[in-house]
Design a protein around this ligand. Sequence first.
Ligand code: SF4
Ligand code: SF4
Length: 422
Amino acid sequence: MEVLAFRSKVYFVSANVPVDYIPKVPPTKWYTHSLVYQTKELAGKILEDIISPGDTVAIKIHFGERYTQCYIRPVYVRKIVEKVKEMGGKPFVCDTLFSGGKVLHDEGGEALWSRRDLEEGLKTAAMNGFTPETMDCPVIFADAPKGLKSVEFDVNGRFIKKVYIAPAIAEADVLLSVAHFKCHDVMSVGGALKNIGVGCQSKQGKWWIHHNTKLEVDWEKCNGCGKCIPACPTNAIVLSEGKAKIIPEKCIDCAFCIDYCPTEAFISRIFPDVLEQESRIGEAAAGIIKYFRGKCACINLAIDIVPLCDCDPFVGIPIVPNLGVFASKDPVAVDRACIDMVNNSPGIPGSMAEAAGVMERGAEKFNAIARLRWKATPGAAHVAPDWRVMLEAAEKAGAGKQDYELIEINFGYSPRNSGNKP
Ligand code: SF4
Ligand code: SF4
């Protein structure tokens, strides 16, 4: 990993276009100013000393959910796939299954939390544009078919002692995180660290991001109906004195049983404090980075920087204008570079940036907006998320560093790059 003695390098391609580029570029070169083209070349830049011919490359993205709008546009991923192939790698595009065991449907049959299930999840991926045909490579859930198996790897974090890497990701030679960078109402920001620390783990790993104890049954609430027993894939639930009881040694923290209980008797839904969750993500990301021993890189697309995450069908309007694409071998640095540029950008009128009073350049936007959302969410504890906690935990655990060097780059025509002028 390129965590240098000094600062980590973060490459940046701006979404902006110089006003004079059209007259100076022949039509045959117009495409070189496309952000899609630039992203492809950026992928080559950060992967050039990582990919060896024949390497399997896991391109970890978020497929989005049903009716969501602001996940990564598929064409960016398609072009990254092409670049990986040009470099001799064997890419596959993947996501992981969501915690829990049951896809809920409304009366019209629409799926909620479709990525809990392989079939529904792949349908969502296809609806959102990610298929083997559009990507020209396999498109999979890396912990298919049920998210129950993981490759465990020890981590010496304050909170996280083990990560549970989705098997197909763990078997890859190279991990390339391709994240949509945006706000997140629980974690404040969603970028490379979240895509790796949460997104590369199977259901058990996701459990230990969001919880700090194993699941238990509240016997006051349990009526002994037994519906949870067949739902458990490891036979970890037995009836004792007419009540359900979990055998901890058999339990793999998949959360399947919760969805089948009519009385909401499972009680480890008590999440740790949100700041502890932020630390857990940072530490888990560090563990996964270490597992790949330097064969890991990150691309953040800071486009459609909306206030909410890629699972949400209601994301609002972007808080700042599109910035561009950031890439680095250091997930901490790439997230920090995105955060800094967003905070140094002007807010968009009418967006949550205005509602939070953080329109001016230099105003911290993510925590301010997350705090506002947190307060507006019924039943949520009023604990303010803080991205700094996640980045500091990741840095302390060895995922990378927040001290970075931003290198603006343009692979096509640029006024600063006369060598590429026609
Ligand atoms: S008891 Fe444990 S293993 Fe069984 S369904 Fe519940 S969380 Fe999963
Ligand atoms: S499904 Fe719920 S109420 Fe029924 S036995 Fe299991 S824990 Fe008890």
